[in-house]
Design a protein around this ligand. Structure first.
Ligand code: IDP
Ligand code: MG
Length: 149
């Protein structure tokens, strides 16, 4: 089954939106298989955003992600990588549709509340970066039979 990496960023944590954000993934029917509340080291932030290292906003992005705790999560489900990106919305909250997390709760791209892997290969890389062997927990929600035929 497909898995993706989701992180609730410092702005959403500080604004008291952890529960609201998790609720959207839970209510959709995805399965939580890993979660930790943590401070992010500069090393991890730089590795996570390595593909953006030449962007002008990169230093500010690393400062932001390391400024306050985040909630790092692994979610599982059929098509979860693409499905989670739909729940999250477009990168800029100004462009994100209402009904998405960024569209409903954000106003500016530098404070867009949440991260979600953009492809299956990216999800594998990011889950490997953020979670150690044994930190992900497989389990069988009773609702599975009511979510999948
Ligand atoms: P994504 O988070 O929707 O996948 P990316 O293009 O991968 O978007 O950018 C990663 C993160 O970098 C964004 O979520 C946002 O936090 C930050 N970012 C992207 N573009 C800008 C910008 O123009 N100014 C400030 N921060 C940006
Ligand atoms: Mg991205």
């Amino acid at each position: 089954m497909e898995r993706t990496f989701i992180a609730i960023k410092p702005d959403a944590v500080q604004r008291g939106l952890i529960g609201t954000i998790i609720q959207r993934f839970e209510a959709k029917g995805y399965k939580l298989v890993g979660m930790k509340f943590m401070n992010v080291s500069r090393e991890l932030a730089e590795q996570h955003y390595a593909s953006l290292s030449d962007k002008p906003f990169f230093p500010g992005l690393v400062d932001f992600i390391t400024s306050s705790p985040v909630v790092a999560m692994a979610w599982e489900g059929d098509g979860v990588v693409t499905g989670a990106r739909k729940i999250i919305g477009a990168t800029s909250p100004a462009a994100a549709d209402l009904g998405t997390i960024r569209g409903d709760f954000g106003v500016t791209v530098g404070r867009n509340l949440i991260h979600g892997s953009d492809a299956i290969e990216t999800a594998e890389r990011e889950l490997g970066l953020w979670f150690k062997e044994g930190e992900l927990t497989d389990w069988s929600p009773v609702a599975t039979a009511w979510l999948y035929e």
